[in-house]
Ligand binder design. Structure first.
Ligand SMILES: [Zn+2]
Length: 237
């Protein structure tokens, strides 16, 4: 069973969604509206695992009270994941103080309700790592990790997971990350339909990503597939 541990399903059309059958799709959201859509998609499609949250890029567009609406969605117990949440010092450093306030709230929720965190942290890798370890949350995915290679050991020592993006085929940093991260802490993702350097990423690319990782690791593709699926079940079951 292939796993896409980070995708934005609400941005795909229904025909595309059907073509992703047979792949486990962990869908993040970016605001209250997309969170509601993701919850509905999870009811409709058996292969969808929902995450709800407010993207760090959106914190200046929504009132802080939206965090309470997100909390209402996880209180019921059906949604076990917050995402995409985190900090971004690369693309939106101007809102970092507000991002930190929102993220603190999501960390509190993750701890209180024992949730998985599906985390966005460009150029804030170490700060996010420090924050999640300080709150002592258990289940963390560092999505599309392209941070310092020397932080990876600390991340995996905490039992946190690192998600390698399908952009690996053209992104040298992702390749380096895949070399360093042990398979037992590795997940696979598309972040689709995000467009990276002219490539529209989709969950179907996980099919090519798994053999690429296998080549890097010197194992067969089935070993990578099984390992990622096992990691997924540890986090979400
Ligand atoms: Zn994303």
């Amino acid at each position: 069973m292939l796993v896409d541990s980070h995708t934005h399903l609400y941005e795909f059309n229904p025909d595309e969604l059907r073509s992703f059958g047979g792949i486990i799709l962990v869908s993040v959201a970016e605001d209250v509206k997309s969170s509601e859509t993701v919850v509905k998609l999870a009811e409709e499609y058996g292969n969808v695992t929902p995450c709800v949250g407010i993207h760090p890029w959106n914190v200046d567009k929504v009132p802080p009270s939206d965090v309470k609406l997100i909390e209402g969605m996880v209180k019921g117990g059906d949604v076990r994941c917050l995402g995409e949440v985190g900090l971004d010092l690369k693309f939106t450093p101007n809102t970092i103080d507000r991002q930190r306030r929102f993220f603190e709230e999501f960390l509190r929720m993750a701890k209180e309700y024992d949730l998985v965190l599906n985390i966005h942290s460009p150029d804030a890798w170490r700060e996010v790592y420090d924050m999640v370890t300080r709150v002592d949350v258990d289940k963390v995915i560092f999505h599309w990790y392209t941070g310092p290679l020397d932080l990876i050991g600390d991340v995996t020592e905490q039992g946190y997971y690192i998600s390698v993006n399908a952009a690996l085929k053209i992104q040298e940093k992702s390749r380096r990350v895949a070399e360093v991260v042990p398979l037992r802490f590795m997940l696979t993702e598309s972040d689709g339909p995000y467009e990276y350097r002219g490539i529209r990423l989709t969950p179907l690319m996980i099919r090519e990503l798994v053999p690429e990782i296998a080549k890097i690791k010197g194992v067969d593709a089935a070993t990578v597939e099984d390992s990622v699926y096992f990691n997924y079940t540890k986090l979400f079951k």
